[in-house]
Design a protein around this ligand. Sequence first.
Ligand code: ADP
Ligand code: MG
Length: 267
Amino acid sequence: MHIFAIANQKGGVGKTTTTVNLAAALGQAGQRTLLVDLDPQGNATMGSGIDKRSLTRSVYQLLVGLDSLAAVRVASPTGAFDVLPANRDLAGAEIELVDLELRETRLKTALAAQRADYDFVLIDCPPSLSLLTLNGLCAAHGVIIPMQCEYYALEGLSDLVNTIKKVHANLNRDLKIIGLLRVMFDTRSTLSNQVSAQLEQHFGAKVFKTIVPRNVRLAEAPSYGVPGVLFDKSAKGAVAYLAFAQEMIARVKQWDAEEMNQGGQAT
Ligand code: ADP
Ligand code: MG
């Protein structure tokens, strides 16, 4: 099971769109996938076709220890993946968690109990560096950072990178930045292309090859409760997320092979 947090403390940068579409694309490719919605806004829940207002249980119950993962998860009606859904109840968890023991590792523990059920777990983080995001980062093996190639894109990045470093040092030795994903990309913009080239220069292999273009079909899909990659799979945005899923599958295969090799050498 490979666990990835999709994080960026800025709002509106494409975290939820990336999480939902990657989950659906991985599911379509036969990967057993769980989406964890850690944002009280519940956008990933709605975008997966689940009505956040009618939930009897949500990831809130899981984090405060009232319910197990198996009791909280629901299958996305799209059939492609499972969801730990969220709604406004989760905003309360932020406060309640402060007084609970092992408050940063509650999601990690819950996921470990269901390790055999999934190939991929994708965690949609809220736009903050809060205790909820911290739970996401503690549970994850890696962070996927969606970003727009605009003038201020790099500015916010250092806060996130510092947080990830701290979590790595103090709470989760497994955590690393998997990569930066360029989203809402405008190929005709000179600035976008410049920032994109800068990103490649600074971060090298940490920049994903796939670039997700700005594409209105991706923005329309959530109102139908269907991920873009299933809503109109030939649209440019969908094609990009399908390619991104293949890029992730290839990376994970490579890690698994490296791990097997290392295991082989040790014995
Ligand atoms: P976040 O979760 O980081 O707040 P969202 O994924 O909700 O960001 O995206 C913010 C807005 O931008 C949403 O309205 C979404 O539909 C839209 N959006 C995201 N990615 C794209 C894209 N590639 N092309 C067009 N619109 C997009
Ligand atoms: Mg979001």
